[in-house]
Design a binder for this molecule. Structure first.
Ligand code: ATP
Ligand code: MG
Length: 564
């Protein structure tokens, strides 16, 4: 967080300060940023942080943000990932306008740029093998040895480079190296590779190329070609920045972009690496990239997170240079805070036990008015059916209840939400299992709506559904995907997958009020006293709904479940 007191903008940070200075000094008149994912996996919540920074900064300065597929590495990229990335960025609420680009479209210009460096004697074709190079490059504390090819004639390098492109050499033999500084303590500056031979089919350029640029060479060029002013990325690129600047300087771009690094997002109980997320998908440890337990944008969307809650989260965590963990509870807090304001309420009984109101006429039904959202009067009311037989939560009844149990127990009175006051007159129990099979009550007809005319106090209020009107719903309850706070921190020889929580998904069958049978799509409900739920967008079944638990009402990890 920015601690600069003189700054009036409360949401500012060191990146925004730099950009603001560049605008003020007239260095740039139009701010251009970019978000450059490699299409080799789905985006995750860490990318959401980068997206909010890249698009957010551009928007605040009336600039533009480019969406660029950083697809210079052919092996693992494909169009499914490209489409998912476009979809996810749009869903998060950001717009790249006409500025959608593929790095692979710059391959010809990158080739030309490499040839330019060779002509300037700033690059050469090297014939050392990878193993030999390790030896030449050396270690940070001692200068390396120059490659025997370092000073070969320009013409020879140019010729070999053209023949590399023409496919005249096997994979992994020759490469193009930048000629920088073999004694630099920064190993990235010791004649790094710019181009290598790799016969790999590229999802966009097909088999046109058998040489591919390295990330370090390609990235500054992509930024410069697109006139990016501020290239915002995560801290691991900090040590690459001198190289980034070197390429731009040697290629004489008049207005080179400036790279600025910020700390990546790490979340507790979560793994945020595309490689590992891909492994979970491939090994069937989750049900696809959009499994609601996944930290992918697709997973969070299916789980029921809102784009606004993710943006709020990204704003709250801020932008710093310090690596650390963010508590996943903060993400859930941002969501709860929003859903508490916006989610319509409904009644759903997740673990039902039957209640018979013995003094209520059999066959009678009535419709009671229920408030849709006490936080939002414009949400209005709805009618819920009431009848002689209801379901309540099994744990809202206790045979031998302590004094402070303000729910149902023999002889005790409780309020049925939006209904009547009822008093427990008895219960039936399975003689073998000891399970309560039915709770018997009497209702007070004078308490419709839940208040006693004589003003007597009833502390407890429980939710319920009318048995003949109830709809059966599959409900998927989720827990953290990993049971360790820092799942990737394992000892040598161990695997982060040992930290998977085998109980992260629990499927139950609930009984829900009839309005939940077939709601309009994408509505996030608060099941009263239980949490927030949304109909699954994939496993959608007419009249037999499937609900995902988005988050419980309270954070059960830090607070014990409230009893009301
Ligand atoms: P991963 O490490 O998950 O494989 P990546 O960095 O390889 O991610 P890219 O597609 O290269 O994935 O990322 C695109 C952009 O998103 C980069 O600018 C990168 O810095 C940023 N980014 C990736 N992970 C995070 C994160 N956890 N927090 C913030 N930004 C991130
Ligand atoms: Mg990366």
């Amino acid at each position: 967080m920015n601690t600069n007191e003189s700054n009036h903008n409360p949401t500012s940070d060191f990146i925004r300060d730099i950009v603001a200075d560049d605008v003020q000094s007239g260095k740039h008149t139009r701010i251009i940023t970019r978000f450059p994912p490699e299409p080799n996996g789905y985006l995750h919540i860490g990318h959401a942080k980068a997206i909010c920074i890249d698009f957010g900064v551009a928007a605040e300065f009336n600039g533009e943000c480019h969406l660029r597929m950083d697809d210079t590495n052919p092996a693992k990229e494909n169009m499914e990932y490209v489409e998912s990335i476009r979809n996810d960025v749009r869903w998060l609420g950001f717009d790249w306008g006409p500025h959608f680009y593929f790095s692979a479209d710059y391959f010809e210009r990158m080739y030309e740029a490499a040839a330019t460096l060779i002509r300037k004697e700033k690059a050469y074709v090297c014939e050392l093998t990878m193993d030999e190079w390790k030896d030449y490059r050396g270690i940070p504390t001692q200068p390396g040895k120059p490659s025997p090819f370092r000073n070969r004639p320009i013409g020879e390098s140019l010729d070999l480079f053209a023949r590399m492109r023409a496919g005249q050499f096997p994979d992994g033999t020759l490469c193009v190296r930048a000629k920088i500084d073999m004694s630099s303590p920064n190993l990235h500056l010791r004649d790094p590779v710019m181009y290598r031979i790799m016969r790999a089919h590229h999802y966009r350029t097909g088999d046109k190329w058998c040489i591919y640029p390295t990330y370090d060479f390609a990235h500054p060029l992509e930024d410069a070609f697109e006139n990016i002013t501020h290239s915002l990325c995560t801290l691991e690129f900090e040590v690459h920045r001198p190289l980034y600047d070197w390429f731009l300087r040697e290629l004489e771009f008049p207005q080179p972009p400036r790279q600025i690094e910020f700390a990546r997002l790490n979340l507790t109980y979560t793994v945020l690496s595309k490689r590992r997320l891909l492994e979970l998908v491939r090994d069937g440890l989750v049900n696809g990239w959009d499994d609601p337990r996944m930290p992918t944008i697709a997973g969070l969307r299916r789980r029921g997170f809102t784009p606004a809650s993710i943006r709020t989260f990204c704003k709250r965590i801020g932008v710093t240079k310090f690596d650390g963990y963010t508590d996943i509870a903060l993400l859930e807090f941002c969501l709860r805070e929003e859903l508490n304001r916006t989610a319509p309420r409904a009644m759903a009984v997740l673990n039902p036990v039957k209640v018979v109101i013995e003094n209520y006429p059999a066959g009678q039904e009535e419709w009671l008015e229920a408030v849709n959202n006490p936080e939002d009067s414009s949400a209005g009311t709805r009618q819920v059916p009431f009848s002689r037989e209801l379901y309540i939560e099994a744990d809202d009844f206790m045979e031998d209840a302590p004094r402070k149990f303000f729910r149902l127990a023999p002889g005790r009175e409780v309020r049925l939400r939006y209904g009547y006051l009822v008093t427990c007159t008895g219960f039936d129990k399975d003689p073998v299992t000891g399970r309560i099979t039915q709770v018997r009550c009497n209702y007070d007809p004078a308490t419709r709506g839940g208040n006693a005319p004589d003003g007597r106090k009833v502390k407890g209020t429980i939710h319920w559904v009318s048995a003949p009107h109830a709809v059966r719903a599959e409900v998927r309850l989720y827990d953290r995907l990993f049971k360790a706070e820092h799942p990737e921190e394992v000892s040598a020889g161990q695997d982060y997958k040992m930290n998977l929580n085998t109980e992260s998904l629990k499927v139950i069958h609930a009984l829900v009020e009839p309005g939940l049978a077939n709601p309009a799509p994408d509505i996030r409900f608060q099941f009263e006293r239980k949490g927030y739920f949304i109909q699954d967008r994939v496993d959608f079944r007419q009249d037999s709904p499937v609900y995902n638990q988005i988050v419980p009402l309270k954070d059960s990890w830090t607070k014990t479940a409230a009893t009301e």
